[in-house]
Design a protein around this ligand. Structure first.
Ligand code: TYD
Ligand code: MG
Length: 473
């Protein structure tokens, strides 16, 4: 038999290479390959001689299917993201950049559950128990009967958890610090993370405890190491936010027990994370309604309408190839929108630098943001200030046609709730209903991008803006 050769595993994406390379060919990450012994990986047990398989009974699809019982954390925003509470026996991975507040969020959830009499265990592989206790004290949660430990050995952790009452919730902070004896690789490597996660997942399934794994994310947004466990766990949520803003968004990436497009919004305060029940008001706070280049988008995050401001700056370019910079939106969508505005709206943007920003560090992925982005671009180009009480939504097609967005009614109602009385949007099936009942903002139905541009240009002509002379068209 040939001598088993060690393999080189990318710590970013988990790809295996036969020899060391400076750059991983699968994910293009530099310096991410680490040598791992042949006895460490998958197939190692088979090589040592595996036992014969046992025959088990197979079941049909018909039969009793019960909705899983839920364990509510008591933090409504967290429960919204998990789809109505943690599912016993499931594993949830929470990823986020270091310092974003993962440990804070989880110790708060743990304390709330423990106060209700559940057995809750918090295992920290990064901080000493005293540090965790100090934080809990600061948050006013020191009285909660959470069981704490600073441990990194998965075998010891599972032995401890298996002794005594079944825990309802176990938090492992973080999965990168865990190591298991079943793998011979060094702690922190992909193999270790994968094996440690596997052991913890098996524990969750067997015991019925809900296990939360914390994973750190590298700055390019990928969960380093734990990215390879994403497919193994039942749900993945990412905790986002940016340093200059106080609010944090918990976003669902995968959920086997609920919808995946829900977000939870929190605000980082001096005493921990507090829930934000009305995110639109927070995102729109500090808005300067008298400047051109800003449009309010009536968006949806999961089942909840959320209003955000889209800001654009269009300036004549000194460069051969004008600059396009986007924060919080898809740059490809901006290119597409610019092309549609040029072709179907005769808005000349080819010689202009374009900067587009979603205010407050929010990230938008909905196509319905197209119309608001277009309005902000045209407003900035023409110098026309958009009315303060107007919101926009609708997807712009390549033909310039505006396509209806789902949940138009909810968007209009949320807009009205926040003091917006007019909405520019495509006519939807709900059009008649809203205008007759008059529950939301009044809809100005438009069918083509040209209509929106004409409207904004008319606003510009009305205002004595210095740049109005360069109006669209
Ligand atoms: P932490 O939960 O330790 O982040 P993570 O586990 O994701 O690495 O959060 C650390 C940050 O949160 C730290 O920069 C300080 C801030 N913070 C507050 O602003 N208020 C608080 O009450 C707490 C506990 C932390
Ligand atoms: Mg932490």
């Amino acid at each position: 038999m040939a001598k088993p050769r060690s393999s080189f595993i990318c710590q970013n994406c988990g790809a295996v290479a036969p020899r060391w390379q400076g750059k991983c060919e699968a994910c293009n990450e530099w310096n991410s390959l680490v040598e791992e012994a042949p006895s460490a990986g998958i197939g190692a047990v088979a090589a040592r001689g595996a036992r014969k398989g046992r025959v088990f009974a197979l079941e049909g699809l018909t039969g009793e299917a019960k909705a899983p019982p839920r364990l509510l954390s008591g933090l409504a925003e967290l429960d919204r993201v998990t789809g109505g509470g943690f599912v016993p026996g499931s594993v949830l991975l929470i990823g986020g950049e270091p310092g974003i507040g993962k440990s804070t969020l989880l110790i708060q959830a743990c304390a709330l559950l423990a106060r209700r009499g559940e057995r809750v265990v918090y295992i920290s592989g990064e901080e000493a128990a005293a540090q965790v206790r100090l934080r809990a004290e600061r948050l006013g949660l020191a009285d909660a009967p959470v069981e704490l430990a600073a441990e990194t050995s998965v075998e010891d952790i599972i032995a401890t958890l298996s002794a005594g009452r079944r825990p309802a919730l176990v938090v492992i902070d973080s999965i990168q610090t865990m190591w298991t004896e079943t793998a011979e690789a060094t702690p922190g490597t992909v193999t270790q993370v994968r094996c440690a996660a596997q052991a913890l997942i098996r524990f969750a399934k067997l015991s019925g405890a809900c296990v939360i794994l914390v994973g750190h994310v590298t700055k390019d947004g990928q969960i380093a190491g734990p990215r390879v466990v994403e497919h193994m766990v039942d749900a993945v949520a990412s905790f986002e936010g940016d340093g200059s803003h106080h609010f944090r968004i918990l976003r669902n990436v995968k959920n086997r027990f609920g919808p995946t497009d829900e977000i939870g919004v929190f605000e980082m305060t001096g005493v921990g994370l507090s829930e934000v029940a009305n995110p639109s008001a927070l995102f729109l706070a500090g808005r300067d309604g008298s400047a051109s280049g800003a449009a309010v988008f009536a968006g949806m995050e999961g089942t909840r309408p959320v209003l955000v401001e889209i800001q654009a700056l269009v300036a004549p370019s000194a460069l051969g190839t004008p600059r396009r910079a986007v924060v919080g939106w898809d740059p490809n969508r901006l290119s597409m929108l610019v092309a549609v505005l040029e072709t179907h709206g005769r808005v000349r943007l080819g010689q202009h630098d374009i900067y587009l920003n979603v205010a407050g560090g929010v990230k938008i992925s909905e196509p319905a943001a197209d119309l608001a982005a277009a309005a902000a671009l045209v407003s900035s180009l023409t110098g026309a200030v958009l009315p303060q009480d107007m919101v926009f939504f609708g997807e712009v097609g390549l033909s310039g046609a505006i396509r209806p967005a789902p949940h138009a009614n909810l968007r209009l109602k949320e807009a009205a709730k926040l003091g917006f009385s007019r909405a520019v949007a495509p006519p939807g099936p709900q059009e008649g209903e809203t205008s007759s009942r008059n529950t939301g903002a009044a809809l100005r139905p438009i069918r083509h991008i040209g209509e929106a541009i004409a409207d904004i240009a008319a606003l510009g002509r009305g205002a004595p803006a210095p740049r109005a002379a360069r109006a669209a068209g």
